[in-house]
Design a protein around this ligand. Sequence first.
Ligand SMILES: [Fe+2]
Length: 343
Amino acid sequence: MNQNQLNDICLRQLSLSAVHEGETVAVLSRGNERPDYADAFMYAAQRLGAATYHLRLPDAPTASGAWAVGDSGLADNPLAVDALKQADMLVDLAFLLFSKEQFAIQDAGTRILTCVEPAPLLARLMPTEELRERVEVGEEILAKASTMRITSPAGTDVTYRLGVYPTMSEYGYTDKPGRWDHWPAAFVFTGGADDGVDGRIVLSPGDVLLPFNTYVQTPVTLTVEQGFITDIRGGLDADLLSSYIASFDDPRGYGMSHVGWGLDERAQWHGLTQFPGGMGMELRSFYGNVMFSIGPNNELGGPNDTPCHFDIPMRGCSLYLDDEQIVVDGDIAVPDMRPRARR
Ligand SMILES: [Fe+2]
């Protein structure tokens, strides 16, 4: 994708995000990462009449190479955080997710869009208002539920007690003050009560382990009791999962994090094979996936801020909210959440 094409999709993005004259759009990047994205977003902001600037942080804060979430590199940089709080919108090319600084910037009323995926994927999964509507239907249904049960032919049967944490949506753009989103994305999620997740989850071949960015090859059986994983059994995939979580030496790494389902019929389950350099947003979004997560729930306002985090989109599951079928065998059962052609 050349710079003109990138400029064009960023202009469409910031238009959806309602950037307008009189606003200021800040762009945040790190090291040598994504200078072309920064230029494209600044071009787009100016085209829409907004003021804009680019704040560039030094290289990655951690040398470990592990995907430890929550370390933004802004913790010792209050002046930079203050500058970002002043903006109406922040385009985050540095991945602040789960950091205290991101929450502080949102609390100041700045809306935030994270954008770190490969440009061809941004173009292919360009957000739409129609997709947003369907995601918001899901958000509304999920927000009313008091229990979620997930089952699968492989033997998953797990129940989340809901109602403690808010429901969140991601549809790939953001036009409300203080709201965060991620381009591309199309899913809804909430979290179970801290001690309110119980049952068994059986990962099947083809389910996705993020941030390993791999497909499960052999079944993995997870036992969940009172909100924590107490046993992980299976072959190599189970060993890798166990070994990774254990390496954080943090019992909260076994906590149950967000849970929900994906709604973008354009997103491909095999997306990791096409975009091996990405972070798997296509896999979080593909239509009818049920995604559960392990680790922190501070994103939802919970107490667990462990840096150990897994997102695990699963195929072919069924999901019930208070016994109402929402996802059936990997297909969306609620007409208003389905694409119009599939209703
Ligand atoms: Fe996650």
